[in-house]
Every structure is written in structure tokens, then in C-alpha cells.
Design a protein around this ligand. Structure first.
Ligand SMILES: Nc1ncnc2c1ncn2[C@@H]1O[C@H](COP(=O)(O)OP(=O)(O)O)[C@@H](O)[C@H]1O
Ligand SMILES: [Mg+2]
Length: 264
């Protein structure tokens, strides 16, 4: 299916992700993705929701250039992935994409600040500047008072905030989160989602993978995937509880520029 761009200013925002006819077949014959078309514009916050095994993580790996499709086209921040060597691809990834995973993926035994600074290792910044940016990113996620704590001295919600700080410290074009609340209690999960909303309000483009319908429904856009195919792509233009409108939205609802039929 074709997926139209989904923000109110769709005509001026630039695409960060463009997937066209993306198929992924794993060795052994499992078709994890079947002809996925997906465009994500700069500044979007979208949920990708679907049952276990539907292809969400596969989609995230392909969007994040950790894996290549079997067929179809992938462009990230305007770069066609197929044209790049593995080395060029990892450079593209480190410049443009930040990842957050369910299980945090922090380095044990080193401080929160060192964990965040580690994410900037290939940025070309000096060690001192990496440390400064790491501290600023930790402040941004509300952990200014936990800089020197090591992962085992932090709660699950705090660990996930460190992981988010690490993912955004390099100011990537795209933040990809795979079930970021999956290992958290309800309250910590809510607060992590709140943080992602705030970062999006500051301009970050974020895709959150979840099997939680409620989380997906609370986001401005939700893309549903089943058996490797996108089965719906809904845009919620209105303020909803816990989802205040970004400041650039018009005060009164209007039709989507490209999908006027979606206006109420
Ligand atoms: N590395 C792999 N090799 C073979 N099959 C895989 C691999 N990764 C995922 N799969 C299969 O692809 C399908 C989609 O998996 P995945 O993308 O992990 O789904 P989700 O994240 O929605 O649970 C599943 O049937 C899964 O078993
Ligand atoms: Mg998964």
C-alpha cells in the first residue's frame, strides 16, 4: 500500500525515511516484510504497532540500516542505502540514526555519563566535548543528578533515560525505539513515553515500535503492521489527553494537506 506523508506541514517537511516496496526474506524462507511503503517526515512522532512476529523489529533494523532489504528501496535522510558500502552505511547510521532498545543496552560498570559519551565516540568531537554533550543530554532527560551512577545503580526507567540520552546526544535525524517501555513498569513506561513526546516537541523525529495499542493510539500517527504488511496508517491531528498539540499546529483542526478525506 502507499503511505502518504502525515504531518500538517507535509508539503514543506523533508522525508527522513522513504521505504518503497521493501521486502525482507530471512534465510530459511521467512518473509518478515512484504512490500512495505513508508514515508516519515522530519518532525514526526509515530508508533509502529503490531503483534509479536509481525515484522516490527525487522522493519526497525531496515529503517535503521542495521540490515538491508531483500528487495525494494530504502532512503534515509535522502541517502539511498543500496548504493552504499557497509562501511559507508555504518557512517550514515552513526550520523543520522539513534537507537533505543527494550533492554537498554548500556555498558555495565561505567557511569551514565560515560555510557552517553560512548555514543559520541565516532562523532569526531574531542573527549572533553563528548563529556560536555553527554552531561547536557543527561540533564535533558532529567538525570542531571545521576551522571556518575553506573547502570546497576539506576532503576529501569532511569536506565532507559540514559539510553535515550545516548541515542539523542549526537542529534540524529531519526530516533528509533524498539519496545522502549517493554521492560518497564506502567509508571516508568508512561514517563519514558512522556520524555519521547517532549523530545519530539523539541524537534526530534521519532519512531516508536510497540505491541501496546494504547501507546500507539496516543501518538500523532500510528502505523499498524501485520504479517509483514502495513494494514493501516492513521493520523491523529487533534490534541488528545497526554498528547498536546505541537506549537506549530493550527489552533483549529483543518484537513490534512494530502488526505482531506481524513478531516472529521
Ligand atoms: N534473523 C532472523 N532469521 C530468521 N527469521 C527471523 C529473524 N528475525 C526475525 N525472524 C522472523 O521474522 C518474523 C518477524 O520477526 P520480527 O521482525 O522480530 O517481529 P516483531 O518484532 O514484530 O515481533 C518472525 O516470523 C520471526 O521469526
Ligand atoms: Mg520485535
Amino acid at each position: 500500500m502507499t503511505t502518504a506523508p502525515h504531518t500538517p506541514d507535509a508539503r514543506c517537511a523533508r522525508p527522513v525515511v522513504e521505504l518503497t516496496g521493501v521486502t525482507k526474506e530471512y534465510p530459511g524462507g521467512v518473509k518478515a516484510l512484504r512490500g512495505v511503503d513508508l514515508t516519515v517526515l522530519d518532525g514526526e512522532l509515530l508508533g509502529i504497532v503490531g503483534p509479536s512476529g509481525s515484522g516490527k523489529s525487522t522493519l526497525l533494523h531496515i529503517v535503521g540500516t542495521l540490515d538491508r532489504p531483500t528487495a525494494g528501496r530504502v532512503a534515509i535522510a535522502g541517502h539511498d542505502v543500496a548504493a552504499l558500502s557497509d562501511r559507508a552505511l555504518s557512517a550514515l547510521r552513526s550520523r543520522h540514526v539513534g537507537f533505543v532498545f527494550q533492554s537498554f543496552h548500556l555498558v555495565p560498570g561505567i557511569s551514565a555519563r560515560a555510557n552517553v559519551a560512548e555514543g559520541l565516540l565516532y562523532s569526531g568531537l574531542s573527549r572533553a566535548e563528548r563529556g560536555r554533550r553527554a552531561a547536557a543530554a543527561l540533564e535533558r532527560v532529567g538525570l542531571g543528578d545521576r551522571m556518575e551512577h553506573r547502570p546497576h545503580e539506576l532503576s529501569g526507567g532511569q536506565k532507559q533515560r540514559v539510553a535515550i540520552a545516548r541515542a539523542v546526544a549526537g542529534e540524529p535525524d531519526l530516533l528509533l525505539a524498539d519496545e522502549p517501555t517493554g521492560a518497564l513498569d506502567t509508571a516508568s513506561g508512561r514517563s519514558v513515553m512522556e520524555l519521547l513526546r517532549e523530545l519530539n516537541g523539541d524537534g526530534a523525529t521519532i519512531a516508536v515500535i510497540t505491541h501496546d495499542q494504547e501507546i500507539a493510539a496516543s501518538l500523532p500517527r500510528s502505523v499498524r503492521i501485520r504479517d509483514g504488511e502495513i494494514v493501516s496508517d492513521a493520523w491523529h491531528p487533534y490534541p488528545r489527553p497526554g498528547n498536546p498539540p505541537p506549537p506549530h499546529l493550527p489552533p483549529r483542526p483543518g484537513p490534512h494537506p494530502e488526505r482531506p478525506e481524513e478531516a472529521p
